[in-house]
Every structure is written in C-alpha cells, then in structure tokens.
Design a protein around this ligand. Sequence first.
Ligand SMILES: Nc1nc2c(ncn2[C@@H]2O[C@H](COP(=O)(O)OP(=O)(O)OP(=O)(O)O)[C@@H](O)[C@H]2O)c(=O)[nH]1
Ligand SMILES: [Mg+2]
Ligand SMILES: [Zn+2]
Length: 352
Amino acid sequence: MPENSLSLSELGWGHFFQQQLSLEELEATTPVRVFALNRHLVDGVGENGRQQFALPHTWLQRSVEELPTVGDWLLLDGNGQPLRLLERTSLFKRMASGHDARVQLMAANVDTLFIVTSCNQEFSLSRLERYLALALDAGVEPVVVLTKADLTEDVNDFCSRSRTLRPGLAIEAVNAKDAKVIDILRPWCSAGQTVALVGSSGVGKSTLVNALSNTANQEIGAVRESDAKGRHTTTSRTLHLIPGGGLLLDSPGLRELQLSDCEVGVSTLFEEIEAVARHCRFNNCRHHGETGCAVEAAAERNELDPRRLANYLKLKEEQQSADETLVEKRRKDKSPGKRYKRVQLREWRDED
Ligand SMILES: Nc1nc2c(ncn2[C@@H]2O[C@H](COP(=O)(O)OP(=O)(O)OP(=O)(O)O)[C@@H](O)[C@H]2O)c(=O)[nH]1
Ligand SMILES: [Mg+2]
Ligand SMILES: [Zn+2]
C-alpha cells in the first residue's frame, strides 16, 4: 500500500499539531490521521502505515465535538490505543436531519475547499455565498472551481462575477474532463495539503475527483460513486492520496454539506453589511422595519447590493432557526429525558 511509506508531513502533520504534544508525548506516543471511521472503529494512518483500532469505551460519553472525525489527528499510546484527540485547524460539521437536532462532524483539518460550480445556468452567486460562508466558518480556504469552461464563450464573465463575492477570492476556470486540470489545481494539492469538494449535483465533482486521483492507484480506487449509496458501506476510506502529493477528503456527507450553525462564516463573508448593521439603533435589529435601522437606510441610498443583502438576510434567518432548534434541544437535554437521549445517541452511533 502506498500509504505505508508516507511521512507525517505528507499526511498533513505540521507545527500546529506538533506544538500540542508534551515532551513525554513526543517520546511515547505516535500520531495517526483518521482516514475513515466505521462505528467506533477507526482506520488511521501514521508513519508506521495503516492501523485499525477501536475508540475507548469511555469516549462514548463524550460530546460529539470531542470525538474524532475523518481528517482528525489522534495520539496513540505504546499499545496502539487512542490517548488523545488533537486540536483541529478546521472543522466541518452539520446538523443531522430529523426533529432531534444534533451536530454531526463531517471532516477535520481540511486546508482547502474546492467550491465547484459550472459555467452555465447552474451558476448562482447566492449559492456560492452559502458555500463560502461554510468554508469561512470552518476555517478553510475556499477556491471557486468553475467547471465546463470549455462549453461557454463567457468564461471571463463567470470569473468576474465570482470575483465580486470576496476580495482576493481564488477562482479557477477549468475543463474538469481535461487531464490538465490537475496542473491548474496543483497549487492547492501539494504534499501534506488536504482538499475537499462541495457543489451541486452535476457540476463535475466526481469528474474532478477522478482527475485528482489516479485510477491506477489502488488506494484511490475506493473513490466510487457507489460510496454515495449508503452509510453502511463506510469501510471504504474517505481520505485519499493524490498522486504527487496532497490528500483528498471525499465523503458523500461532505459533498452535500448544508449551511448550519455557521454564523461566523456569514458575518465574515458579508462584512460590508455587518459594518453598516453596527449603526442600527438596536443591536438585535433584524433589518426589517425597525426604527433606526442603518441597513435599510443604506439600502435605500443604494449603498448595498440588493441581491447580496437579500441573501444575507436569508442566511441570517436560517442561522436563527438552526440556533433555535439547538437551544430547544439543549433545553430538553437538561430535562429528566437526558439519560434516554444519551442512550439514543449511542444507538445511533452503533447504527452509523
Ligand atoms: N464538457 C465538460 N463536461 C463536464 C465538465 N465537468 C463535468 N462534466 C460532465 O458533467 C456531467 C456531470 O459530472 P459529474 O462529475 O458526474 O458531476 P457531480 O458533481 O459528481 O454530480 P453528482 O454526483 O450528481 O453530485 C458528466 O457527464 C461530466 O462528464 C467540464 O468541465 N466540461
Ligand atoms: Mg458525483
Ligand atoms: Zn437594522
């Protein structure tokens, strides 16, 4: 297996993780990166190659965010047992569907998010803003990848519209079917860099995954459309090696990521609106008919882009309702039903 000969830095290890280790831990532990999870079984890769181990039973009592997800770094003791989860550089999470709002971790320590969209009617600035908010919230560098550039004469138009979304935003127009696409995306896929993709159906995510991976490489052979078929086939790994360096984190859940609980991302992305909102009379202003609303006043003076403002308000509203569901859930957790919930959570994890 090619992963047997990987160094820690090729696996994404760096100063950020190293400095979290005590001298004793430096001597006595080995770091492994989580390539896949199946129930409480972890498939990790470290300097000594691939290892499978179970999470300690006591960890099942932990909150969701204290448990490992794909991309995480774990310290193993001399017996190959997990000792500690290391702090993350970035984290994607989402609210699990269903009435019982739960946070689910999707991926950790991703460096770059390829936001995939096409140069056709699928292209939508408001949808891109959603994904950008997600990336910014997770602490991941976003790159807009405009596919199907070969099918339009208006590539520059799509690029310049994308550029209005955020100063300095990286944008690459590509033909995902062309072998050269790897060269264009290479700057984000160098050794030790972890990339992930999101985007709507049909934009070319699988095509890009195939281009970035190498079908001749057995490791990569696990990237198949059939992986999307169900959570019960999680034995295939979701972190893959990109030939020539880099790691591709490709899980169906991540591809379908929805905006949830990413208030910081929304605020960061729409900073020009937030700056105006600081002058609203009420600090909980919803910018909808309140007296002294600076945002509405600025909109009337045409100082804010109406599309962007409408999308900002929509995303804020979604955040609000996600928050309310969470607050409601926490309230319920404090009630006598709490023990029951814990059991439910564990059962769910076992089914996963
Ligand atoms: N001409 C051209 N066709 C492309 C390009 N990117 C993707 N396609 C085609 O678009 C179709 C959809 O591509 P996929 O890679 O399956 O899209 P996807 O994002 O994985 O879609 P889902 O799996 O449904 O989410 C395929 O027929 C691809 O060959 C491109 O850059 N140029
Ligand atoms: Mg696909
Ligand atoms: Zn206001």
